[in-house]
Ligand binder design. Structure first.
Ligand code: SF4
Length: 326
């Protein structure tokens, strides 16, 4: 039996931040050794929340540079744009007939998004984007999907659609399993539960050491630790969550010295910046290379789209045959 296949994707929102790394990329890099991985640039999905597509191409290139710089290997796992493989929209159309609007309206993830974004009139495409995601995954017959907790309901919708199709027309699709990302979310510098460019609370994978230092100096800490020697509470401190990730060898000492008051927040933040900068140094070096060799980035995209298109075409031929269209 061949290796299992996974499909993972991101919307092209431009340069990525350390939250993207912790929540997804770190896991993808590991998984590419054990699974046949397909990496989707979900450019049509951008339309669900914004009709402005003017920056989409540049954002795609920046995102690919970050993918390459953090260790995703396009030789193992093709990178491709959803918009360039027409089979995504074709399969999406068929899938829209296999699910009710009531089922989509019950989806807790979309409900949360609509509340968070304060959307009054939900467009059809937003309600239906988990169906497009199902097409994204099943076009490549993904056996598993690496996701955070919030995306699990979408994997369930994908499984239901696969089941419905298989029952109606004959077996074509697997029912993919969610592969939960252990450390799935990094808080923003302002303490918001989400790190996001729109909230201006990120550390980008492309930030220079000086910028990282400046950003960390403004990060929120334990509000009760007002003076350097006040005892602190690492368990309520955002900076401490970063220390756990980026300074794992020093974290016990940092915790102890924070609690005793031996460590002040200014020094602690400097240690944290240093840890993040150590992590970012090899990424920045690779980034610099790809920024100066953009033709290589375009080659990666062309190769990935050729590979993905061949798989997508084969799946759709099977679908049309089963449905007696072909
Ligand atoms: S010393 Fe460090 S861990 Fe403790 S409150 Fe300050 S920034 Fe947070």
């Amino acid at each position: 039996m061949g290796r299992k296949r996974i499909l993972s994707g991101m919307r092209p929102t431009g340069k990525l931040h350390i939250g993207h790394y912790v929540g997804a990329l770190e896991n993808w890099v590991k998984l590419q050794n054990d699974y046949d991985s397909f990496h989707l640039i979900a450019d049509y999905h951008v339309l669900t929340t914004s009709l402005d597509t003017s920056g989409i191409y540049d954002n795609t290139i920046e995102m690919i540079i970050d993918w390459l710089s953090t260790g995703l290997d396009p030789a193992k796992s093709p990178f491709f744009r959803q918009s360039q493989i027409k089979e995504h929209t074709e399969l999406f159309l068929i899938y829209t007939m296999l699910i009710t609007t009531a089922r989509l309206e019950r989806n807790p993830t979309v409900k949360d998004q609509i509340r968070e974004l304060n959307i009054d009139n939900v467009i059809f495409g937003h309600l239906g984007y988990p169906v497009l995601q199902a097409a994204d995954i099943l076009l490549y017959k993904g056996d598993a999907v690496p996701v955070g907790e919030d995306q699990v309901p979408h994997v369930e919708i994908t499984r239901e659609i696969a089941r419905k199709f298989n029952q109606q027309y004959g077996i074509v699709f697997p029912e993919p399993e969610p592969l939960l990302t252990a450390f799935s979310r990094l808080q923003g510098l302002d303490g918001n539960s989400k790190m996001s460019k729109s909230l201006n609370n990120t550390v980008l994978l492309s930030d220079s050491p000086d910028i990282v230092g400046q950003k960390l100096r403004k990060a929120v800490t334990d509000p009760q630790k007002l003076r350097k020697n006040d005892p602190g509470r690492p368990e309520v401190c955002l900076v401490f969550t970063y220390q756990k990730k980026f300074n794992p060898l020093e974290v016990n000492e940092i915790e102890e010295n924070c609690r005793s008051g031996a460590l002040g927040c200014v020094d602690c933040k400097a240690k944290c910046s240093a840890g993040i900068n150590r992590f970012l140094a090899p990424i920045l070096e690779k980034r610099n290379y790809y920024e100066n060799n953009r033709n290589e980035v375009l080659d990666v995209l062309n190769d990935g789209e050729t590979k993905a298109r061949a798989v997508a075409k084969e799946t759709m031929e099977e679908v049309r045959q089963k449905m007696k269209f072909g």
